[in-house]
Design a protein around this ligand. Sequence first.
Ligand code: 13P
Ligand code: SF4
Length: 371
Amino acid sequence: MPASLLTTIETSALPFEPYRTTPVAELEARIRSVKAELGEALLILGHHYQQDEVIQFADLRGDSYKLAQMAAESQLCRWIIFCGVHFMAETADILTRPEVDVILPDMAAGCSMADMADLDAVEAAWSDLSDVIDTDDLTPVTYINSAADLKAFCGRHGGIVCTSSNARAVLEWSFAQRKRVLFFPDQHLGRNTARAMGIPLAQMPVWNPAEPMGGHSEAALRASKVLLWRGHCSVHQMFRPAHVAQFRQQYPDVKVLVHPECQMSVVDAADLVGSTEFILKTVNEAPAGSTWAVGTELHLVNRLAAENPDKTVMFLSPMVCMCATMYRIDVPHLAWSLDNIAQGTPVNIVKVPDETTHWARVALERMLDVK
Ligand code: 13P
Ligand code: SF4
């Protein structure tokens, strides 16, 4: 065989297809063996919404905030496999040392909420708004569930990133700088957080990017305090106040605990609202015998129930509210991406361009500095 052809064969990435039909036990053994072989050069990060089959292999697990912190603090690894969705892998790439490569096992693991705001639409909104209000007095705040170029937009315009666990602190930081906020892409997190701070709903118009001036009069925009982008999480928006009422009727002692990506009417009907880490801590520390209905992603709630057998932990919806894109990360994709690292043909490296990295990092570091 000619040497050039041999080189081509040796350096081409392993195809994914055979992994679909390989028995899971064999794939799990491969994952363990590559992990052992790579040692500290490999760090597997997993978001709490991941399925059990995958999360068992995570070296560290967390919510979006904790995972961003862990990526920023990682010192030893050469590779990060991100078991989560695309914006999380981008964030890890932005915050890690330049020599670290971040891999997303399935590039189709996106986030439908992140896709609801893109740079062109946000730049167009900014330009429209500048005709009516002083944008030097407007802080752009992006939820971490957004593309890297939107984080960079925030960095460039004196803005910041938030997660569900620090949204209030970030809004307080923003109002200490300027008098108005443009919050994207999740209207529910923005509304729930700003309302808890005492901002009236009348001062929170929802910006519809499909309409001129977001669908508002100049007077309404001038009177605004928080402009909410018209985006939502397709998983969390499925919870309804009627689900809360049903649980209260059936279990009079139930405590209802929901994520702030839920609609305001659901948050109002619940007992407690908080990020994924808050939900975990609350249930884990609750007294034995207590009863909980939890409004967040299904895999997390099922795991919480299994890890707290002394409590009753139930899912707050008769429907299946699971994050279909998080679910794309499965054992075959994890094994495939690890095997490719091991044989020197890494696949699915998430690389954010340098200029975007610079400004997105500015906005992310502002967030990490907010206490
Ligand atoms: P947190 O991880 O910040 O709780 O957010 C939940 C979520 O929707 C992740 O995509
Ligand atoms: Fe996006 Fe919602 Fe899935 Fe989180 S749960 S990744 S916000 S679609």
